[in-house]
Each structure stands twice: as C-alpha cells, then as structure tokens.
Design a protein around this ligand. Structure first.
Ligand SMILES: CC(=O)SCCNC(=O)CCNC(=O)[C@H](O)C(C)(C)COP(=O)(O)OP(=O)(O)OC[C@H]1O[C@@H](n2cnc3c(N)ncnc32)[C@H](O)[C@@H]1OP(=O)(O)O
Length: 693
C-alpha cells in the first residue's frame, strides 16, 4: 500500500457493520456473483404487497445495438415506498421516535417531528392531493425551502403513486417554468417565502412568474398549494427586516396581480401574490381532510420521482427513478456508507432539491428508521460556526456535506470550530465533487479529530445512490480518492477506443451492469436517455466522468469529460449558459469554460463576442451576469465576462476550448494552435483579459 493512507479508527471498526476489507470484499463479490441472493436478502426486510419472484429478480440491456436499453428490478412485485418508510416503522414500535429535527435559518427556530406524526401529516396531505384530482402517475412539482412540508409533500406523492418533481429553490423562475412545462405537473407545492441568512426570498412571487411562463410553454398548472412559513418564524415576528418588501428578493410583479397581505405582527405585513381558484393555503387544506389514507400499491418499476439535471446540450434532463430498486439502494447505501446504527443522529446539509437530499435526507434515512436533522439555513448565519453549533446542539454522529462548504469554512480557521463540542461525530461524508486533499485533511483533523472516517462519496443524480465510496471503519482512506465500489457496482475504465483498461490507468468511468438504484429513463425521452448515456460505448452506462485506478486499486474520479462543470457542487453545462448569453440582443457569440476556484471548485469564465458595431461595455457585462442569474439561478452567476473580438475556431468552425481554458487561467502554454483558422485571436484574447481576473 502506498503512502498517505489513513487507517480507520479502531474503535469505529469494532462496532462497524463492515469491519475490514476482507469482509467488504466478500460481500462485494457476493453482490456481483449472486446478485439475486444479495439483494433479495435486503428486499425481504421490506413490505411487498405482491411478492417478488426470485427467478425473475432483475433484467437489463445496456447494449443499444441489441435493442432498447432497459433496466428492471423485481418487476411484477408491488409495494409502496411511503408505507415502508413510515407505516412499517410505526408498526415496529418506532411511532414516538423523532424522524427529523428541524433547525431553522434563525437559531431561535427549531422543531421536531416523530414517525407517527409524520405519517399522520403525510396521510392528510395525500388526501389533499387526491382532493385536487391527483392520481397515480400524475406529476407534482415541488419548489420549497428546507421545511418539514417538503418531506411531507414528497412522501404523500409516493403514498398515492404520484411522481414528485422537485426543483431546487435556488433555481430561477425560468428554470422552474421549463421544468414544470416539461413534466406537465398538475400541482405545484411551494411556500410563501424563506430567509436564507439575512436575505428574504419571496418564493411564491417567483412561482407566480414561473406559472405564467409555463403557460407560454403550453402548460397550465391548475393548483398551487402554499405553505405559510413566514409568520411562524421568530425573525419575522421580532424584526422589521424583510417585510413589506424591504431588504428582500422581491420580484417585480405586474400591477394587476392580486396580492394577499399576511399580518406578521402589530406593525408588519407581508405581501403574497394570490390567484383565487388556483392558490390554496396548505394549512386550510389540511384542516379539512382525514388523518388516514390507504397507500396505493404500485409496481416495483412504477416511477417514484423525477429530478432534472443539466444536459450538455442545454435542455435539462428529467432523470426518472422507480420504486423498488431505488428503495433498496437508498436504504442499503445509507446503512453502510454512513455506518448507521440505531440511536445515531444523522445530518446531511444538502438541499432536498438535489439528489443528495432525496436519497440521503429523506429516503435512505427514513428507510432505516433513522433520526436526522433538516437544516434550513446556511453555514455562515448567524456566524461562521453555525454548522458546528448544530452538530453540538443535536449531538450529530454522522455529518454529510460538500467540499465547497468545507473550503468556505476553512477560510475562517479553527476558532469557530473550537467554540463547539463536535466530539459526538463518528463519520464524516463528502458529496458533490471529489474533495481536494487539503480540504480532506482539514475536515479529518479539525472536525473529525482524526477519529472519524471520511466517506468521500462518488455518485450522480443518475446513479440514485453512492457508487464508489469508502466505508467507515473499513476502508483505509486516501485523501481525494473515492476508493472502492459499493455493493452491486463494478466500475470499468475504458480508453478512447472503448477498450477496457486493466490495472493501473485512467479513462472513461463506465458500468456494464446495473445496480437496483440506477435511473430507468429520461422522462418522456427514452431516445435521449439511450443516446446520452449508452451510445458512446454500446454495452456500457457512460457516467461522463473520467477516473484513474492506482496501484492499490483505488479509484480517483478526475472530473467531467464532457462540457459540464461543477460550481459549488451544482452541476451545469457550458451550453446552457452559452445559450442564455447569446439570447442577449447585443451578443453574437459566446463560449463558456470552467476555471478553478478556491472555494467553489470551479467557476464560470465567459467569452463574449458582441454584435458588429456594438461596443463591449461594463454595462453589457453586468447585464449578462444578471441575465444568467435570472435565467438559470443565482448559484450559476458567472465570475468573469470577457470581451472576445473573436473565438479560437478551427477551420471547420469548432471552438478550441482548451485554448480558452488557458486564457482563463492566464497560462500561455497553449500548445499546438496550427489548426486554428486565425491564430492571432489567441494573443488578442490574452490582451483582453480583465485586469483583476
Ligand atoms: C450529487 C448531488 O446531489 S450534488 C449535491 C451536493 N451539492 C450541494 O450540497 C451543494 C453544496 N453547496 C452549498 O451548499 C452552498 O454552495 C454553500 C452553502 C457552500 C454556499 O452557499 P452560498 O454562500 O449561498 O453560495 P452559493 O454559490 O451556493 O449561492 C449563490 C447564490 O445562490 C443562492 N442560493 C443558494 N442556495 C439557495 C437555496 N437553497 N435557495 C435559494 N437560493 C439559494 C444564494 O442565496 C446566492 O444568491 P446571491 O448571489 O443572491 O447571494
């Protein structure tokens, strides 16, 4: 074994589910060689209304040349995910156990909900959805902050067989509109507004704009259910900040939009745009319905949810996950990757709007009867020690966050950490991008006190759950390596010609066999599903990421091999940003590349060619930044807009992006540029670099 290896803490290993690499290898081999047996033993721990057939446990085709790509697990069996997460745990005596602690943006706001109460609320909301005409297979869009109601809405969909489509509340109204129109949701569930740090985000206003825009795309949302969140917050009741539109992210509404004023306290009101006959308050609807709702038994291969992810050609892709396989995979990865034991308090900081939040805030933890923390705020409010204070407050044992958050917190040194007792921690997780060794070490030493295992998890919206990850108490860790495959997963590296690379080497990261939680299709577009993921190398699912295998067999994910980039753990495509930039009437062409960023990991560096006769001005630059924020979302804000009198194109018209990446980092070693139509443009671009960038 090479140097720089960190062995798991002995006391953790002793109690871990997987105590050694020998045990891991044995189980991993079984998962690949006796797949049916391995997963059916896990499936038997869940309720199946119609049992699965062990002789027809799973089937698949990954080879486009042999017919349509398909993946099926336990086809013919029926179950209900919500029943397995809630009713089953309540029946097993866990009714009074806390399912979630809720920690608001303001430390004065906190709450908790038991399994029994969660079940009751889910049943009520299932009845509300039914009363609005939602039936099995219908899509329900959810655009919400991190509050209990987002979980309740998701599980209510699962209970009645509806398909939830959550849109991260950091996305713009354009993005929400596009996603709602694509999935043709019947209902949108949202909240009036939410504080993020100091800032008040007027979510309902944004939803109104999005519903209007969706109409332009040909889809009308018939019902919008709104959680009244603001009036229950400490901050709203005790300060004047953010109300009546002051200091808030208020969206300009047309003057004819009806407004509802909510009284917060004696002096303050908050305005919410309201359309009678379409908009309903959550609490009003919940008052009128029964607290019980019989679950709809659905097929193991019926859809559970869809979740949009960026596509490298611009239009987002509605990744579809189904019922049975996803349940098994979310439950099993959660148990082993976080080494979850009863009594633990688990906290994943990711927003539920991302796949991490689906699998590891909601489905995985509840399937294991776990107690978790849901956090509404940011790591920096009211101070930079907020994460550590939450860990101390709830005595968190497993903490799962993103490298970008770690890097942002490293900036403040150890002092904010030292003010809190984080000794309850046993396992640390990392998600969103490969963690850089410097951040890994800081996390390991200052947060984990050299006692905690770090699970540096590699996976994607498409994979449904972790696919390559260390296991706590088991895997000797190498900072920056996701290490070894999870059970049921066999990573393969391919060279450009599609040949499998054995032993040490680097190539395309692909898989030739499904695990239960892999996506099944792209909503409404199986053709695109096949062409995006299965056409480059027939017979393999192509992740779009590259990876290296070292001499000890560890996998190191090296990043995207396509035109995608990862900004603060949010995946986006250069094409979607370029298409927004070129929509500006003064822009003729745009090319976007990623540039390394010390905190965000990567940031957007945009080259823009104005139309003939248009001068590139700071005003144009700020208009473009604003346009990207408004079209995609604030997290996609470009760091640099550079004037490009021309773009470096080959004679066939292809933009040489590697040259642009060099310009972005001011590295003059541009390599061979002899195939460019006009080599002089490269020098022009270096000259035009904005001074401070
Ligand atoms: C496989 C997967 O699922 S990947 C999922 C894993 N990825 C993650 O968990 C993401 C990790 N990143 C983060 O949590 C954040 O970037 C943090 C906490 C580290 C930093 O947060 P911020 O300081 O707000 O910076 P960030 O770059 O994310 O946000 C930029 C803008 O988006 C807005 N934004 C971010 N999150 C949200 C949200 N949940 N709701 C509304 N707006 C949001 C911010 O308010 C900010 O707006 P501003 O420019 O007007 O101030």
């Amino acid at each position: 074994m090479s140097k720089n290896v960190y062995l798991p803490y002995a006391a953790t290993s002793e109690k871990a589910h997987i105590k050694s690499m020998v045990q891991y290898r044995k189980m991993h081999n079984k998962s690949l060689e006796s797949t049916e047996q391995f997963w059916s033993e896990i499936a038997s721990q869940f309720h199946w209304e119609t049992p699965y057939d062990i002789n027809n446990f799973y089937s698949y085709n990954f080879d486009v040349t042999k017919g349509p790509v398909q993946v099926k697990w336990m086809e013919g069996a029926t179950t209900n995910v919500c029943y397995n997460l809630l009713d089953k745990n309540v029946r097993n005596g866990m009714g009074d156990k806390v399912a979630f602690y809720w920690e608001g943006n303001d430390p004065e706001d906190y709450s908790k909900i038991t399994y029994k109460k969660l079940l009751e609320e889910v049943c009520r909301f299932s009845n509300v959805l039914k009363s609005k005409g939602v039936v099995k297979g219908d899509r329900v869009a959810i655009y919400m902050p991190m509050v209990f109601e987002i979980v309740i809405a998701m599980l209510s969909c699962a209970r009645i067989g509806a398909v939830h489509s959550i849109v991260f509340a950091g996305f713009s109204s354009d993005s929400l509109a596009e996603r709602m129109a694509d999935c043709k949701c019947k209902v949108l569930v949202t909240a009036d507004s939410v504080y993020r740090g100091d800032k008040l985000l007027n979510i309902k206003s944004l939803c109104d704009i999005a519903m209007d825009k969706a109409k332009n795309f040909g889809h009308e949302v018939s019902t919008c259910i709104v959680v009244r969140h603001l009036p229950r917050l400490y901050r709203s009741m005790n300060t004047s900040n953010g109300t009546n539109g002051s200091n808030s992210d208020i969206i300009d509404l047309h003057s004819d939009v009806p407004i509802l004023n909510i009284t917060l306290n004696d002096n303050l009101t908050f305005s919410v745009p309201w359309t009678d006959g379409r908009d309903y308050w959550w609490h009003d609807e919940m008052d009128d319905v029964e607290p019980s709702c019989y679950p709809v038994w659905v097929s193991a291969e019926d859809p559970l949810f869809m979740l949009y992810t960026s596509g490298s050609t611009g239009k987002p892709k509605g990744v579809l996950h189904t019922t049975g396989g996803y349940l098994l995979y979310a439950a099993t990865t959660f148990k082993y990757v976080f080494d979850y034991h009863p009594g633990d308090i688990y906290w994943c900081t990711a927003d539920i709007g991302w796949i991490t939040g689906h699998s590891y805030v909601v489905y995985g933890p509840l399937a294991n009867g776990a107690t978790s923390v849901i956090f509404e705020g940011t790591p920096f409010y009211p101070d930079n020690g907020r994460y550590w204070s939450v860990i101390e407050k709830y005595k968190v044992t497993q903490f799962y966050t993103a490298p970008t958050a770690i890097r942002a917190l490293m900036k403040f040194g150890e002092e904010p950490v030292k003010k809190h007792n984080v000794d309850s921690l046993k396992v640390l997780g990392s998600v969103g991008e490969p963690i850089n060794p410097e951040a890994w070490l800081w996390y390991y030493q200052n947060i984990g006190k050299e006692r905690c295992s770090i699970a540096d998890t590699f996976w994607q919206t498409e994979t449904g759950g972790h696919v390559i990850t260390p296991l706590p108490g088991c895997t000797p860790m190498k900072p920056g390596s996701a290490s070894f495959p999870f059970f049921g997963v066999k990573p393969i590296l391919l060279d450009e010609s599609g040949k499998e690379i054995e032993g040490v080497g680097e190539g395309y990261l692909v898989f030739n066999k499904p695990w239960p939680g892999i996506m099944r299709t792209l909503f409404g577009n199986h053709e695109r599903f096949q062409s995006v993921y299965f056409s480059k190398f027939p017979g393999y699912y192509c992740t779009g990421d590259g990876a290296r295998r070292d001499e000890d067999g560890y996998f190191w994910v090296t990043g995207r091999v396509d035109d995608m980039l990862n900004v603060s753990g949010h995946l986006m495509s250069t094409a979607e940003v370029e298409s927004v930039l070129t929509e500006h009437p003064d822009v003729s062409e745009a090319a976007v590349v990623s540039r390394p960023h010390p905190i965000k990991g990567e940031c957007l560096y945009c080259f823009v060619t104005p139309n003939h006769g248009v001068t590139f001005t700071p005003k144009l630059s700020s208009e473009l930044v604003k346009k990207v924020r408004e079209s995609i979302g604030p997290f996609a804000m470009p760091d640099v807009i550079q004037h490009a009198p021309g773009l470096p194109k080959t004679r066939s018209g292809k933009i040489m992006r590697r040259v642009l990446r060099k310009v972005a980092v001011n590295d003059r070693e541009v390599g061979d540029i002899s195939t460019l139509a006009d080599e002089h443009i490269v020098e022009e671009l270096f000259k035009n670099r904005p001074e401070k960038s």
